[in-house]
Ligand binder design. Structure first.
Ligand code: ADP
Length: 493
């Protein structure tokens, strides 16, 4: 732990406004009061972009993309500018990390270890694709030449959630920009500020003004207007399944725009009794549900554990769950995040209480955490005696709540791992390679981690869900391709 990372939240500049054409734009009219998750104290009032402000941001982005030649310049030049942007993010990393920590659930130690460096690195990663995806020569008859030429859409809309504000926007803006598009981002109204600072850094680094615009506001007004704008060529969204469905409907009603949707999850951690190192597996299971207090779409929230290792694994997990270090996000000693809002904490608690009422038992935790002032913190919770129909095993919680189901034999374990609706990720822990591969083949999930859980900094592995967990992929080559449209050309000679 680097205690030097602690900071005074009062000393952090808050860029509260829209960001259009390289300028911070203060809104008029209605606002949203934004509070710090750590202690519920107010940060700033956020303007709500109406349809006219959204229109201004999108038209400006379209003009910036055209006039700057972002989509037509030498791809290596685009890559160079994106790398310069990444360098500039790192050069301003402390300031950016403090802003992220102050205004979201990310403890400063995590923000500096993960959010800031991975945001910079995502832009670098996508920059490398600028001159590597050149389309295709098709296998046509000899007297023809068939080409598949890729082109940017123009302006891509990115709508991001509150759990990892910086890194989510870097995935979406990075892929869109590498493909030659401008972006208009609408961050979550609960964590809106670091995205504006990121957009400022883009301009300071020499990217064309207007290429990365930000509109602030809620989903119903601002998000919806952005999705319906006729100049938006593609929408990229991460958030809940219900909102993803609303965005699909808005897209359908306004010109059938293509979508990338990363939605909810209820991902299993399937642990077999043959694991060679219980402590190591427990580390992956606990980390997957305690990191960011479980406010992670890929959280491994359902432990499916073979009976032979059940007791030993749970004893290890309870120790880990009881050792968390909650606190305010600007204290470097904090290791356990607050919940983003009191409302979200009440949602978590409602699911836990309904599950307890249905017959489950809390092995540890099971209620809001006392002694943390006005911040919303939830006790790390392990629920045992859970059946698949109970609310906590079925509904996405987005909190530090692990349900436990026990099984006998491979077939039963694999059957329990699948969720009827969600299919974002799965963890499989076993020493038997054949069993790991059978489970990998059987499980319906967009990502399967074997003998580990969670993404690494290998951005090359795409991420996205099956079933109601989403459509399309973020990260990887697939994310850049999704931000390009393909024109078929047939030449006869
Ligand atoms: P949560 O309520 O947990 O933040 P959401 O999926 O509702 O999850 O929100 C994710 C993002 O989607 C936020 O930026 C939010 O403002 C935005 N959003 C919510 N509703 C809509 C909508 N109807 N159209 C577009 N964006 C929306």
């Amino acid at each position: 732990m680097d205690t030097a990372l602690s900071f005074d939240p009062a000393a952090v500049r808050i860029p509260s406004g829209h960001f259009i054409d390289g300028e911070l734009v203060m809104g008029a009219g209605e606002t949203i009061a934004v509070a710090r998750p750590s202690d519920a104290s107010g940060i700033a009032d956020l303007p709500i972009a109406d349809a006219a402000t959204v229109d201004r941001a999108v038209e400006n982005a379209a003009e910036a993309q055209r006039a700057s030649g972002w989509g037509t310049m030498a791809p290596r030049e685009r890559a160079r500018l994106m790398r310069r942007f990444a360098d500039h993010i790192e050069a301003n990393g402390v300031e950016l990390g403090r802003l992220e920590a102050l205004s979201s659930t990310r403890p400063i130690t995590d923000a500096m270890a993960y959010d800031v460096p991975s945001t910079a690195e995502a832009f670098r990663f996508f920059a490398e694709y600028c001159d590597k995806l050149g389309g295709e020569v098709a296998a046509t008859r000899h007297e023809h030449l068939g080409l598949v030429v890729s082109e940017p859409y123009g302006v891509v809309a990115a709508i991001t959630p509150w759990n990892f504000p910086l890194s989510m926007v870097s995935w979406k803006a990075g892929a869109a920009m590498a493909a030659g598009n401008a972006v208009v981002v609408k961050p979550s109204e609960m964590t809106p500020f670091s995205t504006v600072r990121l957009a400022e850094l883009a301009v300071e680094a020499g990217l064309p003004a207007g290429l990365f615009n930000v509109v602030q506001g809620d989903g119903r007004t601002t998000g919806d207007a952005l999705c319906r704008h006729p100049r938006i060529g593609k929408i990229s969204f991460t958030g809940s399944t219900a909102t993803g469905a609303a965005i699909m409907a808005a897209s359908a009603a306004s010109g059938v725009k293509p979508l990338t949707l990363e939605l909810g999850g209820k991902s299993p951690q399937l642990v077999f009794a043959d694991i060679p190192d219980i402590d190591r597996t427990a580390g992956h299971v606990a980390g997957s549900i305690l990191y960011n207090a479980g406010q992670v779409c890929v959280a491994g929230s359902r432990l499916i554990v073979e009976a032979g290792v059940h007791d030993a694994l749970l004893a290890n997990l309870v120790k880990r769950f009881e050792a968390v270090r909650p606190g305010v996000t600007w204290n470097a000693a904090t290791g356990f995040a607050p919940i983003v809002s009191r409302r979200q904490m009440e949602r978590i608690d409602d699911i836990v209480q309904r599950t307890l009422k249905a017959g489950a038992t809390a092995l540890t935790g099971g209620r809001p955490m006392a002694g943390q002032g006005d911040g919303a913190f939830y006790e790390p919770t392990i629920l045992i005696g859970v059946t698949p129909d109970m609310p906590a095993a079925h509904e996405e919680i987005f909190g530090p709540v692990l349900t436990v189901q026990s099984f006998h034999g491979e077939a039963e374990g694999i059957a329990l791992a699948d969720h009827p609706d969600y299919g974002l990720c799965a963890g499989v822990h076993t020493a038997d390679l054949g069993r790991a591969m059978r489970a990998m083949r059987a499980v319906q999930a967009g990502t399967v981690w074997i003998n580990r859980y969670g993404r690494t900094a290998d951005f090359v592995i795409p991420t996205g869900g099956f079933k109601r967990s989403g459509i399309g992929k973020d990260l990887g080559r697939e994310a850049v391709i999704a931000n390009l449209r393909h024109k078929s050309v047939l030449i006869e000679f």
